[in-house]
Design a protein around this ligand. Sequence first.
Ligand code: TEU
Length: 641
Amino acid sequence: MKQKGSSDNTFIPLTMNNTVGDLYKTPVGHDTLLKVLLQIGISEKAVTNPAVSSMKLSTVAKLAEKTAHIDPHFFETLLFLINMEHDTPTTEHGPVKPAWWKEAVFYQIYPRSFCDKNGDGMGDLEGIISKLDYLKDLGVDALWLSPIYDSPNDDNGYDIRDYRKIQEQFGTMEDFDRLLEGVHARGMKLIMDLVVNHTSDEHEWFQKALSDPDSPCRDYYFLVPEGQRTDGSPCDPELPPNNWTSFFSGSAWNHYKEQGLWGLHLFSKKQMDLNWDNPALRKEVIDMIRWWLEKGVDGFRMDVINYISKTPGLPEGNEAVGSLMNFTGVEHYYYGPHLHEYLHQIYTEAFEPYGAFSVGETPGAGMEMSKLLTSEKRGEMNMVFSFDQLETPGHIRYHDYKYDLNYYRDYITDWMLNYGSDCWMSLFYNNHDNPRMVSKVSTNPAHRQAIEKLLAMMQFTLRGTPFVFQGDEMGLTNYDFTSIDQVQDVEAVNYYDELLFSHTEAEALGIIRAGTRDHARVMLPWDDQPQAVAGSTSAKPLTHQEIDPEITAFYRRLIRFRKRHHALIYGDFQPLCLKKDHFTYRRTLGDETYIIECNLSDKPVKSYLDKQALRLIICTHRGKHSGKTLLPYEARLFRLQ
Ligand code: TEU
């Protein structure tokens, strides 16, 4: 539906004469303002209180310049972003249309550290095949494999050299076919990782692009002649075409002196961004997707898929936005002008013909943008991963702080109530890019088990599809990295080097320890072998962690119960108690009603629930609980009689 402006629904762009309230009513305005507030740790009330929402943007810009020295271009950039989106999401509240992927429990496998069958210190496909019965018994319905394609592993496979070849250390295509067969034979689905915002610089397309100026592949990437800025103005050939920065530290440009070119890479120096504005490139990618779907793959997780459309001309990034969001230039690619068009093309030319499932990784996309990306009416993606629940306001992953679960309650309640019935949430706390949530909540071992059960209770009783990350069901926590050589992740290694310009080694290691993605990338402890990050060459093993069978049993029990009771899947959600440290909610479908009561703190809290007509079904503290009080991090699932 067109962004409201005039009676005939034509799109009327916002200007600096519009108010904060007008801006907040727009999908990109809503999400971007919330993202900025989350980044600086200020609550939404800052923009919803009438005094602020009625203020003209021009007034706010003047105030911001005077008080916070924010250059007025910041607001022009915001308006440029907001006016790019002409559609407004509709929020449906009718019955939910059933789908297998709404009832399924997904399990993310990070193949490098899942299970090493041939003893080379790296996980492999044979290892995954050997655990299919374990996963089936756990109650898993679908596997998401992080990349297993041929890759020089600069970013652990997210730098693909050949999309149609299995990475040698994982096995062969025949091994993959056996895996796919084994998954389907157990009634499960297999989702692959689609990494098409960029390829490895060793991919034949990029090799041709560099070596042959007349190759059509040269326009498959962003290769800019040296000596000119992206705005066409002349510059020192030693300087990059614009000020965009990489997610893995430093400039987002490589200089290819021999060819007199600069090449764009938002991630590592060996991950070159693809130019999706080139229809020939889009065709190549869609053919590749169809090739895997033809093999019988059931769908894809789409890597940083919201970054594939860049602002034409790759304009300079706004420094104020860059310093606020930590990445300069992000406003020119995190929700680009042709994103919906390209996603719809993938959907109509690949996913829809095969009935394939898709979940997009969309860092930076808030609820309103996610509705436009996943609403069933629009034919783009089935679901997205939004990441704003992973850190509390004012914090980033590398901050060492205690995660307050009251923030998670408020975040998830907002999405439960406002995401609408034609959009469906992904429910997750962990993945291969983040330290484990349990350790963010508390590092006190006395609470580990209770917190893991509490997180599981919410994950399997809220409305959405649970994504379990390998090891969650084992009760794993973060690792005590004591030396940088135990860390293998390109992002952390680059950041460590960057930190050394302003920190001691110990301080730098402390920051890396707080946020490195390697917490999630340690070989799973199937046996008592010394543990290390997959691929790490360090001689110092990490502290061995044991699998906690009680957590595994609790996962199995919750997953089974959820499958048998669709009220916990499709049922309406209604919050009952949102007091500090409390989270009580009801799920209802037809005559079936469940109530879930949670203590979000490390202290006992009073239970406000009248349990007259309630029967206790599952409790995190079996046999230890008392009616009137909830123990630290205790959660209970009741059925209304
Ligand atoms: O991650 C994209 C992403 O934005 C992050 O979460 C990322 O991990 C990083 O921390 C940015 O600060 C995806 C993949 O999940 C990640 O493993 C890859 O490294 C990245 O894209 C590039 O392919």
